[in-house]
Design a protein around this ligand. Structure first.
Ligand code: GLA
Length: 723
């Protein structure tokens, strides 16, 4: 049960598994004392001695004590020599801030973050500190929420100009976490297009380290996440703290080890491309950050994040609900299709039991390649003479749903939209507009652009009767500038873009409650908790090669549950790697998320088509277990030839086990794999072999896994507890 305890100037936020402790110092500086496993109580004397601060009320900022004091929301320039969370330019041109506590209050309800995605307020206890900088009048509201049912604390900061002069925020991070030592490894999720979320782990070193994105999106190259793990922490044991931002734009995640060997974690909107004018009385809401602690290793932290998103962030109407098995036309047809070809694909898909056919890129304007027509969301009658209405109707007459692709945030220079509104894209007047994939980025911060996008998407959904929309976004920001903002506020552009995008998503999700929105950004280039507030699933990667996908899915599930990952079986040779892998393995890997296909079933053999029917049936039968069960990575794919993972139902009565071996090994004994997450006291039947084993035996002795011959071999076992 989440609770907030106050003992004098100590504030103890805790639930059954974690504690977070803060202290108001004499004079009002807010110190951070602890984040970790649940404590019964805490005596601040330790910390004060550690920071070499007298324990009477003699705490004095002038003595540079701030440089040693662990703090909640520090700033630079008045004694603390480390990087700070906040910088504000005042009317005198200075940028130091000195926040002191004015008030602390427990709240009846977690405050809503205006205009931003955030964890929802049910089942949590909430605490707010009101802080003020006497020099500028700036007020900071530091909000904390702790949940009953997961080892997570959500934090956010709202800044209010309570002074008389205009202020300029030049950094407004969401989180600072000061830790009393540097005995940690830092884990981040860097990547690239088609290689999203690889896992990077290295020991902390003196100075700064971290990861950031200035691409306008959280990006394939970096995720707004970092974790600190003790050097001995592995997948299932040891201490780890994870921090992430519920935001989809530019970010900075850094860890600084200072001269005293203590660690400061900072997380927020990257200030290099940020600035915000704050008129007297105006407010700025920084994105929410979430912290998870576990002493059950990386897997424990991941399951903590999964529970946080599943119980408190993802769109409620999709939670614990079946997702349609879909077939997407992209790798089946690319831009080369017409009504009849798509219908033939849809029919073959329907025959195999697929429930939703998705028409990808190429249906609008005169888009026969990626050079043109983004923004002109009118159907290309040459390809689809019966229009969206006709195709949607014909697909539905096969007894399946129809879905559609759009890239609403973009405009092609060759489009009627661009010709009519050349200033609607991000641009710097007088500079050449840098194109990427031959397209420009609409300035989503502008109301008229938001209205245009809402209307274009609404019309498309209505005309087609689509019950699914793949919302794509295929380039990074350059030429960051907005025609709607004056020169001294250009640095607001990127964040205003995100606020505009979120406002649009909010309107569309409300207007089309039954439509399943799937996010995409050249694959998983904007896979973050911000987007997941609106869309329950995101296309995980354009790389559909089974062996690459195991790595991408493993990295993604460090932070996000299987239900959020769009995972499809594609054709061989694979379009990204030219690798040929068995259909069974492509299937086994795609079962790791929201399942579907990315191929032309008309081109399959009869035998493969029959296999497809069985696959769809199996994917459906195991769906709730796979998508919402507890995930255990028994072997991650990064260090060896084998990868193995399990989904275990909450009551531990059912489990699905998957093993993938990249390269065949001659003359090898079948591996014995020790399972995880089961109930040691139960007996489980392996449905595929009919054998029965004790849960303790499966976890301590292991399960013998005779893999088929050949490279990229796999094995999937369903375990059901005996009554
Ligand atoms: C991006 C997506 C693909 C596909 C294409 C269409 O690359 O990631 O899945 O939709 O755009 O142009």
């Amino acid at each position: 049960m989440a609770e907030i305890l106050r003992n004098g100037n100590l504030y103890h936020i805790r639930n059954d598994v974690i504690s977070y402790v803060l202290m108001e110092m004499p004079g009002g500086v807010l110190a951070h004392l602890y984040f970790g496993a649940r404590l019964e109580g805490l005596n601040a004397a330790n910390l004060l001695r550690h920071a070499n601060i007298p324990s009477d009320d003699g705490f004095s900022v002038q003595e540079c004590a701030l440089d040693r004091l662990p703090q909640e929301y520090p700033s630079f320039g008045l004694g603390d020599m480390r990087d700070g969370a906040l910088t504000v330019e005042g009317p005198d041109g200075s940028w130091a801030v000195d926040l002191r506590v004015e008030k602390a209050e427990t709240l009846d309800a977690k405050p809503v973050l205006e205009g931003l995605p955030a964890t929802r307020g049910e089942g949590c206890a909430a605490l707010r500190f009101t802080m003020r900088d006497a020099h500028t009048g700036l007020v900071a509201l530091l909000d904390y929420a702790i949940y009953d049912d997961c080892p997570a604390v959500a934090r956010s900061v709202k800044l209010v100009n309570g002074g008389e002069a205009t202020l300029k925020l030049t950094r407004a991070y969401s989180l600072c976490l000061d830790l009393p030592d540097d005995g940690w490894d830092i884990i981040t999720l860097p990547g690239a297009w088609a290689r999203e979320r690889t896992v990077c782990r290295r020991p902390l070193a003196a100075g700064h380290q971290g990861i950031s994105s200035r691409r306008g999106a959280s990006s394939a190259q970096a995720s707004p996440f970092l974790a600190l793990a003790r050097p001995e922490t592995n997948q299932d044991r040891g201490e780890i703290i994870g921090a992430t931002l519920i935001y989809s734009g530019n970010f900075m995640a850094s860890a600084e080890v200072s001269q005293f060997g203590v660690t400061r974690v900072l997380l927020g909107i990257d200030d290099r491309d940020f600035g915000w004018q704050l008129l007297p009385g105006a407010e700025f809401q920084a994105p929410e950050a979430a912290l998870v602690y576990s002493d059950e290793g990386i897997g424990g932290m991941s399951r903590g994040f999964h529970a946080l998103w599943e119980n408190h962030l993802l769109p409620k109407r999709w939670m614990n609900r079946k997702r349609p098995v879909l077939l997407n036309s992209w790798e089946a047809a690319y831009f080369d299709f017409d009504h009849d070809k798509l219908l033939a694909i849809a029919k073959a898909a329907a025959d195999a039991g697929v429930e939703l056919f998705v028409m990808d890129d190429g249906w609008f304007g005169h888009r026969d390649d990626d050079y043109t027509s983004l923004g002109d969301w009118t159907v290309d009658r040459k390809k689809l003479p019966l229009g969206l209405e006709g195709l949607g109707k014909d697909v539905r007459s096969l007894g399946i749903q129809f879905g559609i692709w759009m890239e609403p945030e973009m405009v092609s220079p060759d489009s009627d939209l661009f010709r009519a509104h050349p200033d609607w894209c991000l641009h710097i007047p007088g500079r050449e507009a840098i194109q990427s994939r031959h397209q420009l980025v609409l300035d989503m911060g502008r109301q008229e652009v938001q209205d245009f996008v809402v209307e274009a998407v609404s019309k498309t959904l209505k005309a087609s009767g689509a019950t699914y929309l793949k919302w794509d976004m295929n380039r990074n920001f350059t030429n960051i500038g907005s025609a709607a903002l004056p020169a001294d506020r250009q640095k607001e552009t990127a964040h205003r873009y995100m606020l505009g995008l979120y406002a649009v998503m909010e309107r569309l999700v409300a207007a089309f409650p039954d439509v399943l929105f799937e996010g995409c950004a050249s694959g998983g280039g904007r896979f973050d908790a911000g987007m997941l507030y609106y869309v329950p699933q995101i296309w995980c990667s354009d790389d559909t090669d089974a062996l690459c996908r195991v790595e991408i899915q493993c990295g993604t599930t460090i932070l996000f549950p299987p239900s959020t990952m769009g995972c499809h079986v594609s054709a061989v040779p694979n379009h990204q790697t030219a690798r040929v892998t068995p259909l069974e393995t492509r299937f086994a890997v795609a079962l790791g998320g929201s399942f579907g296909y990315e191929l032309d079933p008309c081109k399959l053999t009869d035998e493969e088509r029959a296999a497809l029917r069985n696959e769809v049936d199996f994917a459906n039968r195991t769906q709730l277990l796979r998508l919402y069960g507890r995930l255990y990575w028994i072997q991650t794919p990064f260090n060896g030839n084998d990868a193995a993972w399990m989904s275990v139902s909450e009551d531990r009565k059912e489990a699905l086990f998957t093993l993938v071996r990249a390269m065949a090994r001659p003359n090898a004994m079948p591996p014995m794999v020790r399972l995880a997450g089961l109930d040691a006291g139960r007996r489980y039947r392996v449905a595929e072999t009919g054998e029965v084993f004790g849960g303790d035996e499966l976890m301590r002795v292991g399960l013998c896994c005779p893999l088929p011959y050949g490279d990229a071999a796999s094995l999937v076992y369903t375990l059901v507890a005996e009554a």
